[in-house]
Design a binder for this molecule. Structure first.
Ligand SMILES: Cc1cc2nc3c(=O)[nH]c(=O)nc-3n(C[C@H](O)[C@H](O)[C@H](O)COP(=O)(O)OP(=O)(O)OC[C@H]3O[C@@H](n4cnc5c(N)ncnc54)[C@H](O)[C@@H]3O)c2cc1C
Length: 433
């Protein structure tokens, strides 16, 4: 039986891995369960509107510009550098994000309560490892309870008491006293902002990245859902009955689900201890203008627990090409514990509560919604619990022994962005060539 280099999953990680294998002349095949490649980095066009899977913005740290992303066949002229305009909905108004550096924009009574509690914040004892403790000791109880804990618990769909700070620290604006004090004073001082710019295609949505990474790949099989992985024989089987024997396998399938496909007792036992959130992304095509406060907003964090979504965003404010003139393409994200997602009544209950909340906030009128596209991201945020690192290490070491080398945000069960996912795929494949 001839063995192939098997890429399992055709999101941006799998596509990058396949490009690298093709460039190095390996006999590879990429299997993707959906009819199209791209994974979470896809764009849907519905008449006058373009919707990404949910808001996806390209932050680059390793590569200077899109054209420098290896194997992505991108042209910088097709991309724009966008200055981030993101907000927190707090105290009944929009506050610049990150809120912890802009607390002086809150109504006076709330601002003063935040400052008092910041001055009285509990001192952390020893090294802070818990996410909740990091927030309370860094920003004070009122900021923690009113904004940062609910925002992150709604997003991750779990209690922050379960999570460690390690992995999110890179994405989380730190408790920098100078910045926080300047924010209370509302001096308008210009500090270098966290992730202050990002890249976004001038037209066509984030799919431009997927199309570039898929360019001239020859061995891609879509609608091939891998349903079984035989570790001993090193054979993967799909729901259509296709079998592929692998020399090396590079899966970007979420690690928990990959372990379950092997039916290996050690892997399934370890995977049972991994947890994650799901995100339901409601994309709406909206007629007319958004209210003034939202007129330039790219996205708004919504910590209020009475409001069902954790983030609202407007694609059309990021790139006017995402909708025709006078229309807006918007998105709303709802977090759900991963184990509960199959029980959610998405259309009958969640979508209704989302639209009711948008209406109550005065952000979107239900009669202005002309179309809706809903995506369920079953594995959205992996949970960095204290035991996550040792579990992932154990799983990867067992998989490696069978020539399986996971890649990407979900294959490696990490909290990273698109650039990291692509880069992890390339590094992993190159190490095996
Ligand atoms: C709500 C949200 C917002 C985000 N926003 C940003 C952002 O603004 N900027 C940023 O840089 N990153 C963002 N990310 C992260 C980004 O989505 C990921 O880093 C990236 O999509 C990972 O790509 P991937 O190819 O590794 O995984 P995926 O895109 O998940 O691709 C995996 C592929 O595997 C396929 N697959 C799964 N199971 C099987 C199977 N059994 N058989 C065959 N195929 C299978 C899937 O269909 C899919 O195509 C966001 C993530 C979320 C959840």
């Amino acid at each position: 039986m001839s063995r192939k280099w098997l890429v399992a999953g055709g999101g941006i990680s799998g596509l990058a891995a396949a490009q690298c294998l093709q460039a190095n002349g390996r006999d590879y095949v990429l299997l993707e369960r959906c009819p199209a490649v791209g994974g979470l980095t896809r764009t849907t066009q519905v008449e006058d509107f373009c919707f990404d899977y949910t808001g996806h913005f390209l932050h680059l740290r390793r590569y200077p510009s899109p054209a420098q992303v290896p194997f992505a066949h991108l042209n910088d002229n097709d991309w724009e550098t966008v200055e981030r305009k993101s907000y927190f909905f707090a105290g009944g108004r929009l506050i610049d994000a990150p809120i912890q550096y802009h607390l002086g924009e809150l109504p006076d009574d709330l601002r003063n309560a935040c400052e008092k509690s910041y001055n009285e914040r509990p001192k952390a004892e020893g090294e802070v490892t818990g996410f909740r403790e990091f927030i309370v000791s860094g920003f004070g109880q009122v900021v923690a309870d009113s904004f940062l804990i609910p925002q992150n618990e709604k997003t991750m769909a779990t209690s922050l008491s379960r999570l460690s700070i390690g992995a999110v620290k890179r994405f989380f604006p730190l408790p920098d006293e100078t910045r926080i004090r300047a924010g209370f004073a509302n001096t308008g001082e210009n500090y270098a902002e966290y992730n202050s710019t990002f890249w976004y295609p001038k037209r066509g949505g984030i799919d431009v990245l997927t199309r570039g990474l898929a360019h001239e790949l020859t061995n891609v099989a879509t609608t091939e859902d891998i349903t079984g992985i035989d570790l001993e024989d090193r054979v993967a089987t799909t729901s259509s009955g296709l079998t592929v024997a692998w020399e090396k396998m590079f899966p970007s399938i979420p690690l928990k689900m990959l372990c379950n496909l092997t039916s290996d007792p050690q892997l399934t036992a370890a995977a049972a201890k991994l947890s994650h959130s799901s995100t339901i992304s409601f994309n709406f095509g909206v007629r007319g203008k958004l209210p003034g406060a939202l007129k330039d907003a790219h996205w708004v964090y919504v910590p209020d627990r009475d409001i069902p979504f954790y983030r609202f965003g407007c694609y059309s404010n990021i790139s006017p090409a995402m909708s025709s003139h006078g229309l807006n393409a918007v998105y709303v994200e709802v977090g759900v514990p991963g184990e509960d997602i199959d029980g959610v009544d998405i259309v009958g209950k969640t979508q209704k509560s989302v639209i009711d909340a948008l209406e109550a906030l005065g952000w979107v009128k239900s009669e202005d919604i002309v179309c809706a596209v809903t995506h369920v991201i079953r594995c959205a945020y992996v949970h960095h619990t204290p035991e996550r690192d040792s579990l992932v290490e154990e799983i990867l070491s067992r998989l490696n022994a069978f020539g399986i080398h996971p890649i990407g945000r979900y294959g490696l069960w990490d909290y990273v962005g698109m650039e990291d996912s692509i880069s992890s795929a390339l590094t992993t494949v190159e190490a095996q060539l």
